[in-house]
Design a binder for this molecule. Structure first.
Ligand code: URA
Length: 245
């Protein structure tokens, strides 16, 4: 584990940001780019609608499909009794970026997709601000089922579910994993240390060499917008780590 100095000004020196990226940096309250001429790449693109959750799931290969099926019919813990459906994950099976949240909420339980509520809109903006598209990253949760009333996941639920996430990581083999929020961070780093002590460090995902970065959960950031700057520092750290892999 090693720390990094502040990297929040990353985009001050980047000279080719699309309008879409700038818009999403604005949503992140990061407005550090320099004014460019209208010859910039993407100058005529429409601003992204961050609540647009259009998703693209690449055609599954067999082991992936069988994992999806196992999750869909899972009864390993009590959560199967209260869920509307499981939420497997979404995105590209060959993604460089993998984002891991806590567990589905009410809207995710209804739609069967991760991060489709308001927090999902902010997560999309964070991804686009990084220069990626939502459909080219992979998004999953530690738990595949919604805990009733959005209570914190129980230890037994995490233990029964974690092999699914490990198999997802093994299949996608991302270049970097970003844990979103205290719960995902503590589960993936296997610690009880507070999130403030986990961010701005580079861990590795258990049993692999895949770098793992911790940042705040988008739902937390919606309630605490002043911390978006810290989240942006975490994301730029993740991008630097990814860029040197
Ligand atoms: N919060 C999460 O952690 N995951 C989701 O999928 C939605 C909200």
């Amino acid at each position: 584990m090693y720390g990094f100095a502040d990297c929040g000004a990353m985009y001050q020196t980047m000279d080719r940001l699309s309008r879409r990226q700038k818009h999403c940096l604005g949503v992140m309250d990061i407005q550090m780019w320099e004014a460019r001429s209208n010859t910039d790449v993407g100058e005529h693109e429409e601003p992204v609608n961050v609540s647009d959750q259009s998703l693209c799931i690449t055609p599954p290969r067999d082991p992936w499909r069988s994992l999806q099926h196992e999750v869909a019919v899972c009864v390993r813990c009590e959560l199967h009794k209260t869920r509307a459906q499981t939420v497997f994950g979404t995105g590209s099976e060959s993604a460089d970026w993998m984002f891991v949240g806590e567990a589905p909420g009410a809207e995710e339980d209804r739609q069967g997709l991760p991060f489709v509520g308001r927090a999902g809109g902010l997560l999309t903006a964070m991804i686009v601000a990084l220069g990626a598209r939502r459909e080219e990253v992979y998004i999953a949760n530690v738990l595949k089922c919604r805990p009733p009333n959005n209570r914190d996941p129980l230890g037994v639920e995490v233990r029964e579910c974690e092999a699914y996430l490990h198999r997802q990581v093994a299949h996608v083999n991302p270049k970097i994993i970003v844990a979103l929020g205290r719960f995902a961070a503590q589960s993936l780093v296997k610690t009880t240390r507070p999130i403030g002590k986990l961010r701005q460090h580079v861990f590795t995902f258990e049993g692999s060499e895949i770098p793992l970065i911790v940042t705040y959960h988008p739902a937390y950031l919606l309630r605490n917008p002043l911390d978006k700057r810290k989240a942006w520092q975490d994301l730029t750290l993740a991008k630097r780590v990814l860029d040197r892999t």
